[in-house]
Each structure stands twice: as C-alpha cells, then as structure tokens.
Design a protein around this ligand. Structure first.
Ligand SMILES: [Zn+2]
Length: 258
C-alpha cells in the first residue's frame, strides 16, 4: 500500500485514529484550537520520573511537506517513543495547508514566519497552549525541502546540552543521503547535512517556530528537512522517524552521562 497524506475527506478519520491509538497508549489529547471544523491537537505523555527531560516534537506547519505528520503518526501509533521523557507532540500545525498541499494556511500566510506577532489563529492558539506548559529541554520539528539533494538539519543550541547532531546524521544517512550542497538558503553547511544556526531569526520580524521556542527558554533544538523531490514518501517518513529515534537515544545518553 502506498503511503499518502490524507485529503479533506479522510483527514478527520486520520486525526481520530491517531488520537484513539495515542490515548490507548497513555497519551493525553488536548485540543488547543479549531480551524475549518478540524481540531488542532497536542498529545502529551509524562514520564514516571518527574525530573525526566522534556521533549517537544512538532510537524506539519508547512502543508506541502507531508512526511513530517506521517512520521509523527507512525511514531505515536507504533508506540516506539521513549517513556523516559515528558513529551509534548503537536502532530499537525497546519491542517488546511496539509489537505490543500500548500505551504501556507488558508489565509495564504507562512505560519513558520508568524511567531513574533502571531496574527494567525494557528500560531496564536499554539502559543497560548505552550504558555501553560513547562519549558522543554529538546525541541524537534519535522520539515521537508524540495530543492535539496539530501537530508539536513538546523541545530540551534542556547542550552548547556551537548550537540547530538552527529548521532542524528549517522542514523539518518542509512536511510537517505545527507545534503552535500555547500550552502542552503544562505546558510553554510558545517559538514554534509548540518547547519549550525544562531538562536536569532534570519529576518528580525519573521520568527519561525524554532526561534519562538528558543526565545522563551534556552534548549537544544533540531529542525529536520527531508529531500521531498528526491525520494518517495515512505523513505522520507522513515528518515524522520529514524532521526527522532536517534535524537532521543543520544539525548538521553548524553544528558544522563554528564
Ligand atoms: Zn518547512
């Protein structure tokens, strides 16, 4: 069966299924907004130990980047996400963009540039939901880029945590090659697949989600980008899921051995 992103007809059922499977596995669902009758969901699950690190995972802010939400769906519904951390997962930030296969939301706005002023209901609701949550130690966000040869990540680190970029890239390159371009979107790649990004936005008034989080509290942050024009959806979903798994393993190893 070919993996496909849901359309307007199948998205409500897809969201219901995700929610049901998550709740069966101990997750709590929060509906933090609604857009065109579709729920904006967050899934949270606590670790047994209250001192455990807090990990945030989001996807689907750009509707034309299908692999992210599908990877989150796979990670949640197969029950593979670590129970050793406190999770906050936002599986689909831009459902209207997703069913229309557009980068922007219904108003034509790139939500991932709207986090300073939060003029859109999706970003406003999302920020209000996050305000009530404790700060995260690790931020992971799943994106795609159709213009690149391979996988790459943005690393932002305003925290005391050591980088886990090497472990993520070594795991992902067994699924898809790493981007070998010398620069991507005016960012120099420190090595194949790796952009070390400052904790400041590229454009002062157009904050992406990762910068918004970084401005609230220092943490370790990775935005994954899979090469959407180069590989079929199954491989890109696999790359994201593998990257998340590797990030968790290495983060837990590195943060407990300090
Ligand atoms: Zn994106």
């Amino acid at each position: 069966m070919t993996m496909e992103a849901p359309d307007a007809t199948t998205l409500p059922g897809w969201l219901d299924n995700l929610r049901r499977k998550a709740e069966d596995d101990g997750w709590t669902t929060t509906i933090w907004g609604e857009i065109a009758s579709l729920p904006l969901l967050a899934l949270t699950r606590s670790a047994r130990c209250t001192e455990a690190p807090r990990v945030y995972l989001s996807a689907g802010i750009h509707g034309d980047e299908s692999a992210g939400p599908l990877a989150v769906d796979r990670l949640i519904t197969t029950g593979v996400l670590s129970r050793a951390v406190h999770w906050t997962v936002v599986p689909l930030l831009n459902p209207i963009g997703w069913i229309r296969r557009t980068r922007e939301n219904a108003a034509g706005v790139d939500l991932n540039r709207d986090y300073q002023f939060m003029k859109q209901p999706e970003t406003r609701g999302h920020a209000a939901f996050l305000r009530d949550r404790p700060p995260n130690d690790l931020f992971l966000s799943l994106h795609e880029d159709w213009e690149v040869s391979g996988f790459y990540l943005y690393e932002l680190n305003g925290s005391k945590y050591p980088s886990i970029g090497t472990a993520i890239l070594r795991a992902v390159e067994s699924i898809v090659p790493l981007a070998s371009e010398p620069t991507i979107d005016d960012h120099t790649l420190a090595e194949p697949g790796w952009i070390r990004h400052p904790v400041d936005p590229d454009e002062p008034e157009k904050w992406p989600e990762a910068i918004f989080h970084q401005r609230q509290y220092p943490h370790l942050s990775y935005t994954f980008e899979t090469p959407s024009s180069q590989f079929p959806i199954e491989r890109r979903v696999d790359a994201h899921a593998t990257g998340v798994d590797a990030a968790l393993r290495e983060f837990l190893r590195a943060s407990t051995s300090q």
